[in-house]
Design a binder for this molecule. Structure first.
Ligand code: MOS
Length: 719
């Protein structure tokens, strides 16, 4: 090892030798690669600042762009006066709806930027300044004068909104599902809970904003962009710029988080490519923090009505989860909060339905566990209310309603260990000594309580390709256009490869994050590793047999094998496949200040085989922290005057800081599930946020005796 990190001018690279000690800690041999707590291979590059992100490609002559967001909630641009901007020294161009390059057709309306004068919501891009420096671009953006005709904007979400409709699809499933006679069964139920839970808009706010550096070489386009799925970025750019895909290269080597908001291409990649074409210069556009909430999607607010009916011994007779949410006029997105009700509990009567109201608001989109996170907050809070109404322990209530097949679909579960997670969590948390009475534990002005909630997240998988190469020096390289969004994809894919090859982990390198590698699906829906890993496993298995059949030294370019899981990875399964878990929380509620502190948080998961103990734990814990933020501090409001979010930066939108986060424990039950993929892995990226807010809210009820049914649980609500 040469010692220091790669210099700023060195070509971007991964360092398979960055953490040899960790790579061997739990391995004990080549076959031990899978599951070992190998450290992330790019970790040193990241913490030393040597890892290159999308905005950090200082190509010769590189210029900077800054967007001008619409200042009105709805209307039309009547003029863009660029005079004062263009006279500033160093300003290269101002792109406007009147003169920006025309784009090819796209189904994603959020990408059709600067194509016409319509303003569908505040924050919509109405001009783009390009200048020699970032500072000049920003100053010039402030000097652009935009005039509008405004129209009345409709931004208030309410269940009785006349435009509300039932979407055909919610998260790929039917928008409405019904079993039996849920209303009739509710009317007849011996014990009933009828409650409304509200979740506000939430924002992804990855540490690295959405950013792209674009450069044209004739009719070839290269973009360095921050994305969860570079293969899609390439195909979308090919449509928009009407180019064959092989003239476009998408590089996303390091990604500073996305949480769903980088799961689809965002306007930065389109605008940067337009600006680079207009100016003939490489152009970087990094969205300013305060513009992200209107541009990159948000978790749409949900109004959740839950009706639960049960027998006196705690068996559900009916379950109704009815969701109202908003979408924009640009693109339909339905926050599918009603879906987990179709998976969780045995009940003869069931309704899970969605209503969506199109408003003049920014377009919502994926945010970590879309649907499940708000849906399980509502359902698991209502289950706690039912346990109360029954005088029953909330763990026992869940165990009693454990289904033997998926309630909505009717299929058997490929594996389902929610009860094991609840039992193991209860044991570790010390649940058996819990006094069920609310509001009886005090420490001075503090009230203490504990709460539980279950978690679920679907197993999802997509077709992927990969190649595996054996080199004459005894090392191996697997290649595919996977995205490492901070999860450690390079590391875990090397583990999958080492396992399939029977090779030591430090001999295997995974090359990801470039569109000239074999195509691979996005890092999203907790499906990345499950999908990519299958292709890597298969390519390596083939390579291993080719090597076994080969005699003598390898040729200079080594031996290569390829795999494509199309047709198998995406085939329907006869099984209902989901990860499950249980969350336990202990809180202290300050009766003087209204402040809630989480003292303990424990998550126990069942997510198939865990492929890397360290990176999986990091995923679980990171998501639990996001759930803690959802419970206590995160949330925004749709400003009824302007139609966007006043809490648009990290000063106003409060993500948990270090001091807000207790010593979080995450652990898992190993599952041996043969109905998934060759590794036996489900997904670990999202389940940690599912149910966490309910566990915290249930603990707050246990502490105070009061149900707060609207998030976040900020002091103003508590007092
Ligand atoms: Mo996740 S919201 O599918 O990136």
């Amino acid at each position: 090892d040469s010692g220091g990190p790669a210099g700023r001018d060195a070509p971007p690279q991964t360092r398979p030798d960055a953490s040899p000690a960790d790579d061997h800690t739990a391995g004990g041999g080549p076959r031990g690669a899978l599951g070992a707590p190998a450290a992330r291979r790019e970790g040193l590059l990241k913490v030393t600042g040597a890892a290159r992100y999308a905005a950090e490609h200082p190509l010769p002559g590189r210029a900077h762009a800054w967007p001008v967001p619409a200042a009105v909630a709805r209307g039309r641009v009547t003029g863009v006066d660029t005079t004062a901007a263009l006279v500033l020294p160093g300003v290269l161009a101002v792109l406007t709806p009147g003169d920006a390059p025309r784009l090819g057709p796209t189904d994603d309306g959020t990408l059709a930027v600067l194509q016409n004068p319509r303003v569908p919501h505040r924050g919509w891009c109405v001009a783009l300044v390009v200048a020699e420096t970032l500072e000049t671009a920003r100053a010039a953006a402030g000097a652009v004068r935009v005039t509008y005709v405004t129209e009345d904007a409709d931004v208030r979400l309410r269940p009785d909104h006349p435009a509300a409709y039932e979407p055909e699809k919610a998260g790929g499933a039917p928008g409405r599902f019904e079993l039996g006679d849920p209303e009739g069964a509710f009317a007849a139920a011996g014990v009933r809970v009828d409650v409304d839970y509200r979740v506000p808009p939430l924002h992804n706010h990855p540490m690295e904003p959405h950013a792209t550096t674009a450069v044209w070489d004739g009719d070839r386009l290269t973009v360095y962009t921050s994305t969860q799925g570079g293969t899609t970025v390439r195909s979308v750019l090919a449509e928009l710029f009407e180019l064959p895909e092989d003239r476009i290269t998408v590089v996303g080597e390091h990604v500073g988080g996305g949480f769903g908001s980088k799961g689809t291409p965002r306007p930065d990649v389109v605008l940067a490519a337009m600006a680079a074409r207009r100016t003939g210069r490489p152009v970087t556009l990094a969205y300013p923090r305060r513009t992200l909430p209107t541009v990159v999607g948000h978790r749409a607010p949900t109004l959740n009505r839950l009706r639960l009916g049960a027998t006196a011994d705690g068996r559900l007779t009916t379950l109704l989860h009815e969701v109202t949410t908003h979408t924009s006029h640009v693109k339909e997105f339905v926050e599918y909060a009603g879906l987990p009700a179709r998976v969780m509990y045995a009940t003869p009567h069931l309704r899970s339905s969605h209503r969506v109201v199109p408003l003049d608001v920014p377009s919502p989109s994926w945010m970590r566990a879309p649907g499940e996170a708000p849906g399980m907050y509502a359902l698991e809070s209502a289950m706690d209310e039912l346990a109360d109404a029954l005088g029953m322990d909330p763990v026992e209530l869940r165990v009693r309603n454990e289904p033997d097949h998926e309630p909505a679909g009717g299929q058997p579960f490929s594996s389902r260990n929610v009860v094991a997670c609840l039992r193991e969590g209860a044991r570790r948390f010390g649940w058996d000594t819990r006094d069920p009475r609310p509001a009886v534990r005090a420490e001075g002005p503090l009230l203490l309580g504990t709460g539980v909630a279950a978690a679920t997240y679907p197993f999802q998988i997509g077709a992927s390709t990969a190649s595996a190469q054996a080199l004459p020096d005894g090392t191996f390289v697997v290649r595919l256009n996977a995205a490492d969004i901070g999860t450690g994809a390079r590391t875990v894919l090397a583990q999958v490869a080492a396992d399939a090859l029977g090779a030591p982990l430090d001999r295997v390198r995974a090359d990801v994050g470039r569109s000239d590698l074999p195509p691979a699906p996005l890092a999203g829906g907790s499906s990345g590793t499950a999908s990519w890993g299958w292709a890597v496993h298969e390519a390596c298995t083939r390579l291993a047999s080719r090597l076994a059949a080969h005699s003598g030294p390898l040729p200079a370019k080594g031996l290569t094998a390829r795999a494509d899981t199309a047709g198998r990875a995406d085939a329907d399964s006869p099984y209902a496949r989901h990860a499950f878990g249980a969350h336990f929380a202990e809180v202290a509620v300050d009766t003087v200040t209204g402040e809630i502190r989480v003292r303990r948080l424990l998550g126990v998961y069942a997510a198939g085989r865990i492929l890397n103990a360290r990176t999986a734990r990091s995923q679980f814990v990171g998501a639990m922290i996001m759930g803690l933020g959802m419970a206590l501090t995160e949330g925004s409001t749709v400003d009824t005057a302007f139609g966007d979010f006043p809490e648009c930066d990290l000063a106003a939108y409060h993500v948990p800081a270090h001091a807000d986060v207790p010593d979080i424990e995450a652990d898992w039950i190993e599952e041996d599930d043969p109905h998934l993929n060759p590794m036996g892995s489900k997904g670990v990226g999202e389940i940690g946020i599912v149910g966490t807010a309910a566990a915290v809210g249930n603990a707050v009820h246990h502490a105070t005796g009061i149900r707060f049914r609207e998030l976040p649980l900020t002091p103003d609500r508590i007092l």
